[in-house]
Ligand binder design. Structure first.
Ligand SMILES: [Zn+2]
Length: 239
């Protein structure tokens, strides 16, 4: 069996048999990896403690046909601080979940790894109601489905943008409107998040606009994931 080493973030883990766990890890160079961590549930295993979801690890694995096997794990930083804050914990879990849905097994996607590390770090360091929606929008942009937020997706006008169409992928004017209505502060936040003014957007305090932005981001992310799962099923019937 060949041994390899990489950095990664633990996305989730589940029980296997009496004493083992399967961990799903977003690695930097080898894509999403599923691996067995043997014996971690039997004793107070150090390896087990390092393989909690959100943990950032330096990990050594044996390559297997379906599942790899965890050989060594070093912690590169714990997300323990997030565990004291229910709100942040749930935002962090949502980041993991989105990356888990998007990343493909053993498909190198260093950008997903980097975005996740960046997102979780930012989450630990800063309180912002825009954190999770901004992460979703950035993730969508990285996936090649950056929404159009400066011009109407129907007629290209920059004036009087009042709606957002999740399916169409962007903002709309009054005449072209088919999507949900958005307020001006939400439009501004969207433009900031996707237009290189993330720091300004993250400094926003909680408001109805940040709430609306989060709802919209969740809808856009769900739509993207659904479409992606459908196309995977179509091209890869064994999934
Ligand atoms: Zn229009």
């Amino acid at each position: 069996m060949s041994l390899y080493r990489d950095k990664g973030v633990v996305l989730r883990s589940y029980k296997l048999g009496e004493s083992d766990r399967i961990v799903v890890i977003m690695t930097e160079n080898f894509g999403k990896v599923r691996a067995v961590a043997k014996g971690v549930r039997k004793t107070k295993s150090k390896i087990g403690a390092r393989l909690e979801p959100m943990s950032h690890v330096d990990i050594q694995l044996y390559r297997g046909r379906e599942l790899d096997t965890v050989s060594q794990v070093e912690s590169m930083g714990s997300a323990a601080r997030l565990h004291n804050n229910l709100e942040k914990l749930s935002q962090g879990m949502s980041m993991l979940e989105a990356v888990d849905m998007i990343a493909e097994d053993r498909q190198p996607s260093a950008h997903l790894y980097r975005m996740l590390v960046g997102g979780l770090t930012a989450l630990m360091e800063q309180d912002s109601p825009v954190m999770l929606p901004a992460f979703y929008w950035k993730l969508l942009a990285a996936e090649g489905v950056r929404p159009q937020v400066r011009n109407c997706i129907g007629c290209n006008t920059e004036e009087g943008l009042v709606a957002f169409d999740v399916v169409g992928g962007g903002v709309q004017c009054r005449n072209c409107r088919t999507g949900v209505s958005i307020s001006e502060p939400v439009l501004l936040l969207l433009q900031q998040v996707l237009g290189g003014m993330l720091i300004t957007a993250l400094a926003q305090s909680e408001s109805s606009a940040s709430f609306e932005l989060a709802q919209l981001a969740t809808q856009a992310m769900e739509h993207h994931i659904e479409r992606r799962l459908r196309s995977v099923a179509m091209f890869n019937p064994r999934h």
